[in-house]
Design a protein around this ligand. Structure first.
Ligand code: SF4
Length: 304
């Protein structure tokens, strides 16, 4: 492993490259990255970098977002098979049909969508700002996709009527976290606070002490007054970052099976190869890119 790390460090210097990694990446990938964060933080970091080559250790829609926001930079994903199943669940045809059915409704799409869907949205959101973005829409009814659980959260925390598109969009990894897991974990650690991602099912959200995006979870867990022990309801990769950034606190996964196989596809070997060969490159067709960029930039205008 040391040899690969040295090779990655050398190639990074030679090529003026930056490695961005999502919170759900393997521990060794997080450790080699220049920056680790959630999709919103990674998008911002990609925009702020002076590096010409971005090695993006996340799933397809995240790398696409980085490519959309950085037309002058080269975005490379170490394994092109890292495809988010949730992003695939929203088909453009269904979105167009719902827009025709609800012509007055604004369309807010989770960043976990493909670029062609983003191009049809009024605004993009992440789990860190879904409530704020939905609230900022002018229409009383908002079409929201593709995660029905995040749609539930947005509907519950705003005064808007939020209609999920599609009806059954979900993240397979978060969907595995069920009530019996929370009860079992709580019995084992009765003093621990329950903190879950809004991609979790409504029943799990409803009994949690905190609902937050992964970056929100890190922030909450690091606060001195938030507690000393936490039951974490998200993909287990986040525990590596939590343990590193709050070493004096205790973290337990609510479900050890909440693993995203697509996020784990990037390895040190693939990162070294991506740096060396500068491929596979992530590109987005020009027509789609411009429209998707408008919807993403509207998000930044609202939250900044
Ligand atoms: S954790 Fe869920 S939403 Fe995130 S990339 Fe994996 S499948 Fe997609």
């Amino acid at each position: 492993m040391m040899k690969q790390i040295e090779q990655i460090e050398r190639l990074k210097r030679e090529k003026n490259a930056i490695i961005l990694a999502h919170n759900y990446q393997r521990a060794e990938v997080q450790d080699i990255a220049d920056f680790v964060g959630d999709s919103l933080e990674l998008a911002r970091k990609a925009m702020g970098t002076t590096s010409e080559l971005i090695i993006f250790c996340g799933v397809d829609f995240m790398a696409e977002t980085a490519a959309i926001l950085n037309p002058d930079k080269k975005v490379v994903i170490p394994d092109k098979g890292a495809i988010c199943p949730m992003a695939q669940q929203l088909q453009v045809e269904e979105l167009e049909a719902m827009k025709r059915r609800y012509p007055d409704a604004d369309v807010v799409l989770y960043v976990n969508t493909l670029a062609e869907s983003k191009a049809l949205a009024d605004c993009i959101c992440t789990s860190a700002n879904a409530r704020e973005i939905v609230n900022a829409m002018e229409s009383e009814t908002v079409l929201f996709g593709p995660d029905r659980n995040l749609a539930y959260y947005a509907g519950k925390t705003t005064s808007k009527k939020v209609i999920p598109i599609p009806q059954h969009g979900l993240c397979p990894s978060h969907h595995q976290i069920v009530m019996s897991d929370v009860i079992e974990a709580k019995n084992a650690h009765p003093d621990a606070k329950v903190i879950v991602h809004p991609e979790c099912i409504p029943e799990v959200q409803d009994i949690a002490d905190y609902i937050a995006s992964t970056s929100g979870m890190v922030k909450i867990c690091k606060m001195p007054a938030s507690g000393d022990e936490f039951l974490i309801g998200t993909e287990i990769g986040l525990l590596h970052r939590l343990k590193k950034e709050a070493p004096d606190k205790k973290f337990y996964p609510i479900s050890t099976t909440a693993v995203c196989p697509q996020m784990k596809m990037h390895t040190l070997e693939k990162i070294a190869s991506a740096l060396d060969r500068e491929e596979p490159e992530v590109t987005v067709p020009a027509g789609i890119k411009d429209k998707a960029r408008r919807a993403i930039e509207r998000m930044f205008t609202i939250i900044d």
